[in-house]
Write a protein that binds this ligand. Sequence first.
Ligand code: GAL
Length: 469
Amino acid sequence: MRMRNLYRKPTTLRCNAGSRCYSASAVIWSLLGCLLLFHLYSNIHHKHGEGREVQLRVTNHPQFRELQQVEEEIIQLPPQKGKRSPRAAKRRHKRVTPLVDEFLDEDSRLRHVFFPGNNSAIDPVKVTGNDSYYYYPGRIWLDTDRNPIQAHGGGILYDERSNTYYWYGEYKDGLTYRAHKRGAARVDIIGVGCYSSKDLWTWKNEGIVLAAEEMNGTHDLYKSNVLERPKVIFNDKTRKYVMWMHIDDANYTKAAVGIAISDTPDGPFEYLGSQRPHGYESRDMTVFKDEDGVAYLIYSSEENNVLHIGPMTEDYLNLMPVMRRVFVGQRREAPAVFKHQGTYYMITSGCTGWAPNEALAHAAESILGPWETLGNPCVGGNKMFRIATFLAQSTFVLPLPGFSGSFIFMADRWNPSDLRDSRYVWLPLIVEGPTHHSSEYISRLPLWSRVSIYWHRKWRLPQGWSTFK
Ligand code: GAL
């Protein structure tokens, strides 16, 4: 040390004489002190304040880092067949990509890739040890009775009273048919299926919590009508579980929302009736309960050309006379809303019926807008897979407790030729880092975070995720 000091070049801070030496070291010591204080402050702040999530940032956790690895997927498409069905020819005309064209072909040689068979089903009752908790997007997923889960177009409620997750969705275990030659494939209403879980992997069938009406042909829930995309939120004031859903007739001309309530998350739900929200058509829809307890209805309207957003009344049984029109003329549907660090995000799909299309992520400072589109959030797979949302359509985004910025993206891989056999595509969704569009917005605030949905053939949540709270 001494030797080094002897040969060190003089610097401006070097002490040559009494007072200069004292003032220089005083400066250094105060600088060091400031640094130390700042360090201590930020540590305490991060531990106890709203900065807690900084400690738990997803990139800081090795298992979340793993989920953010880009995983490629090679899908070798068979050569185009000479003669395709008129329906397929029409699709090609509509510029459906070759992958989606193949996917929609009932006789595709890749059917087992898009819809893997029973022998690869996810079976939480059977699987134990190291193989547990893995999600395999697209595979059949069995409940604890070892039947395929029927919760399509669904959403999840975390019930704080019982520390249990409830997954609600369309129970579609019936025959697929067309009501009219040119109508969409459909299954008669059976009801809303409900499943409960503590680990988001093992699901117990809680039964049909809102059932179809078998006799009364004028009832909204009469079996030949349509009940889609049910979502449940809990009202802290009335202590009721409130379900909102898309209610329609077989031709999708009623275009309304239905509301049902229950005292318990596992039903039975009492159907209260339907309405056209704000007097407008409503087809694909979702609900979002904000941190301040205000809930919103988000629905595709005006022939699916515009998305409407409006707050509910305090009891969640109606709407306030407030509504904003967003994504005007953009034809977005299948909305799924979530929030991260005060910013609202939304994933939507395009409007192509049961056929997959490109998802978009959007962001807003206020849920009522204005909303900005960030682009396609899909990462990995391959390009055709990404612009088809991994052959699925958004339905819900579930926040993971404790890990700020980490979510599960829930989507449906619809099987239009046998809707009951539609599959679930669950993938990690991470909000972090600058958006791909950041240069465009560089001079403007806010700078949205990037929303990424990572493709994985097989993945699981970081161990102990539920105790990170
Ligand atoms: C989709 C919609 C589904 C269902 C389907 C019927 O566009 O997202 O929920 O309504 O059309 O074809």
